[in-house]
Design a protein around this ligand. Sequence first.
Ligand code: LMR
Length: 399
Amino acid sequence: LFAHVEMAPGDPILGLTEQYLADPRPNKVNLGVGIYVDEAGRVPLLECVREVEQALARDPRPRGYLPIDGLPAYDRATQKLLFGADSPLLAAGRVATAQTIGGSGALRVGADLLRQILGPGAKVAISSPSWGNHHVVFRTAGFELLEYRYYDPASKGVDHAGLLEDLGRLQPGTVVLLHACCHNPTGVDLDATQWHQVVALLKERHLLPFVDIAYQGFDRGTERDALAIRLLGEAGVDAFVVANSYSKSFSLYGERVGALSFVGADREEAARLRSRIKATIRANYSSPAAHGALLVAGVLESDELRARWEGELGQMRGRIHAMRAALVDKLAARGAPQYGFFTRQAGMFSYSGLSRAQVERLREEYAIYALSTGRICVAALNEANIDYVAGAVAAVSKG
Ligand code: LMR
């Protein structure tokens, strides 16, 4: 029965980690996957998380099912973080939020539900380029995929004119997938003025914004990084969707903590949307897992732990900024001054401009793993590996 089943291609990001783990070379560096590691090269366990975890261990609880839409305290805290504690949308009951299996789970449940709502002609416009799994998730959910211009290789910035032109051509009702901050893979974000223009256009053209926010707090802080969501609310856009992830911001990758929020026109519409989100989750994985949600809610519900979390997040952010600046200096010192743009990019990723062949050389000759598109994860750099990486990148850039 299974004789004809073909091998699936390896995942371009997680498959690369498999190769990295199998590589016996001791000096290997994984700049492929988007994972923040600390100065010692480890995924950090945040102090605020450790504190909640210890409290949970002191008071063990029975493990019943969570509700289909997750832990209520987690959903409430998530709404405040995304939409703002004083959000009129929240006060009006217009937001339906459900805990999901990571940000990817939020994207998939959201895509499945939108496909049901929009019907067989459903279309989604995705930035060029984007995180590869965006295409996979929406295609698998039955969407027709479109692209809008985003990255301009010449300026190494946003092709804003191209972006507005492409969005302006979309049919009303098209889903527009937007990266709220720390664009993956380019690290190139819209500024506040550009966001205002994009939001106005989305509203005017009756497009359906779907905001993916997986790096809140990794550019300028949790409030500033949520600007796109806040502007959509302020502009009076009456329907939009948000998928968020705590993998990075809480360093809880393996706990799969994310959430999906649908914003409806009013309380009654939000209630109907919530029922549909729940039905979609039930048909998919029934209900989410409890532990990670207890950790996140435990931190966000305590003023003291929340402040500590913001501090720890700030440290991660600061270390990434410092690594970007150090990498630029070290590359320049090794005869590769063309990488100054790394410090203009935001978040974990840099679209380096390295070619596929240069990336291959990095892997084969130096055991440095990057994506074939040239995306590198600067959050994986530290004092111990940065000189080696700078030397290798400078070498492959010359030859
Ligand atoms: C990445 O882009 O590396 C991360 O979002 C991890 C993933 O799942 O691909």
